[in-house]
Design a protein around this ligand. Structure first.
Ligand SMILES: [Zn+2]
Length: 143
């Protein structure tokens, strides 16, 4: 009995240690590796953005996802999926940049709004005067 338990335990430990790795062939099934999951790579579907578990990092499971959800893309060349990956990375970059610029815009308006309020001038002065001042100052800094 105790031998069975030991053996069973060992099996479980082995299972826990086993990490499936990404294979470039999975690109044919529209899968790449989800970012930040390098320790235990998780497959990311390039078509629907779904992230599967590391356990699903094997051809049968990836193929099942691909054929059941994206059967219409069957037979597409690998280049098609590589293009999806490039597009996805570009979109992420754009989103990241947008967030940073939106943050600085927001911070700018937090700094400026109270100043405008203090002058008791209409808020349109922000658009007409302050913005123009900031733009010319920023242009000068950029030199
Ligand atoms: Zn998918």
């Amino acid at each position: 009995m105790s031998r069975y338990v030991d053996c069973h335990k060992r099996k479980q430990e082995k299972k826990l240690e086993f990490v499936r790795q990404y294979d470039e062939k999975y690109m044919e099934l529209a899968f790449t590796v989800a970012r930040g999951s390098e320790q235990s790579p998780r497959p990311l579907c390039l078509v629907c953005d779904q992230v599967l578990s590391n356990n699903a990092m094997k051809p049968s499971k990836l193929a099942r996802h691909f054929h059941s959800k994206h059967g219409n893309l069957k037979g597409k060349p690998v280049k098609f999926f590589e293009r999806l990956l490039i597009d996805m990375n570009n979109q992420k970059k754009q989103l990241k940049n947008m967030k940073t610029s939106e943050k600085s815009l927001l911070r700018g308006s937090y700094l400026i709004s109270p100043q405008i309020a203090k002058t008791r001038k209409p808020y349109t002065i922000g658009e007409k005067l302050v913005k123009a001042c900031i733009l010319s100052a920023a242009e000068d800094f950029g030199r």
